[in-house]
Design a protein around this ligand. Structure first.
Ligand SMILES: CC(C)(COP(=O)(O)OP(=O)(O)OC[C@H]1O[C@@H](n2cnc3c(N)ncnc32)[C@H](O)[C@@H]1OP(=O)(O)O)[C@@H](O)C(=O)NCCC(=O)NCCS
Length: 190
């Protein structure tokens, strides 16, 4: 058996003391709120964001469009799925193509009466470094706060420096370290 271990952090944000402002997007980018039936749009951005990243090793489904689509379906069916914490960032009328281009995604679910959990935040590679990852997280936090949550939580792979630093820059703190064990031949064990 061939095993791999991935160090993961749980990070937490205290929503009770936070004065959250609506994040402003760069010119040409707009917010797209959740609507039922948009799983495919979120899945496509998720796929583009994760397919070449460490988390597609940790979670096999993230490296595959169909896996991302099924994951989005599952998230949207969770009893705690929170539309106001679930957003796309979109470029309407991108140059050279009709229609729109989705470039960022985030989903939020409540896991208790007081805690919201960020699911997958992703920004497609050519749109990174513009503050949109942070904006997605801040918008999601506002959604949790308006739903009466006291804290927000997430898990992140420790070597995913861009994500860990992004969450820290928003105000998340590491509260726990854990390990995810994967059997490279058969899939996830724990
Ligand atoms: C993590 C991710 C969403 C960041 O998106 P982004 O739009 O590029 O991030 P932002 O521009 O909002 O950056 C916000 C802060 O994060 C940190 N950061 C972002 N990219 C970084 C990098 N490559 N290295 C170190 N810190 C980084 C910085 O503190 C940055 O603030 P600054 O620009 O003021 O210095 C993006 O890299 C991504 O989609 N990665 C793949 C999917 C993924 O791993 N998601 C997280 C799952 S837990």
């Amino acid at each position: 058996m061939s095993l791999a271990y991935y160090k993961r952090y749980r990070m937490v944000f205290d929503l009770q003391q936070a004065a959250l402002l609506q994040p402003v997007l760069p010119a040409d980018y707009v917010w797209t709120p959740w609507e039922r039936g948009q799983e495919d749009r979120h899945a496509l951005v998720k796929f583009h964001s994760f397919r070449d990243e460490i988390d597609s090793e940790v979670f096999e489904c993230l490296g595959d469009y169909r896996g991302c689509y099924q994951l989005m379906k599952d998230i949207a069916l969770q009893p705690g799925f929170l539309p106001e914490a679930t957003w796309l960032i979109t470029v309407p009328n991108p140059p050279g193509s009709a229609g729109y281009e989705d470039c960022g995604t985030i989903q939020g679910v409540t896991v208790s009466e007081t805690t919201g959990c960020i699911q997958n935040v992703g920004v497609a590679p050519r749109h990174r470094g513009l503050g949109m990852g942070r904006a997605l997280v801040q918008r999601c936090l506002i959604g949790f706060q308006s739903a009466g949550m006291k804290r927000a939580t997430l898990e992140v792979t420790a070597t995913n420096v861009a994500a860990v630093e992004m969450y820290r820059s928003v105000g998340f703190q590491v509260t726990r370290t854990m390990f995810r064990q994967i059997d490279l031949e058969c899939g996830v064990l724990t």
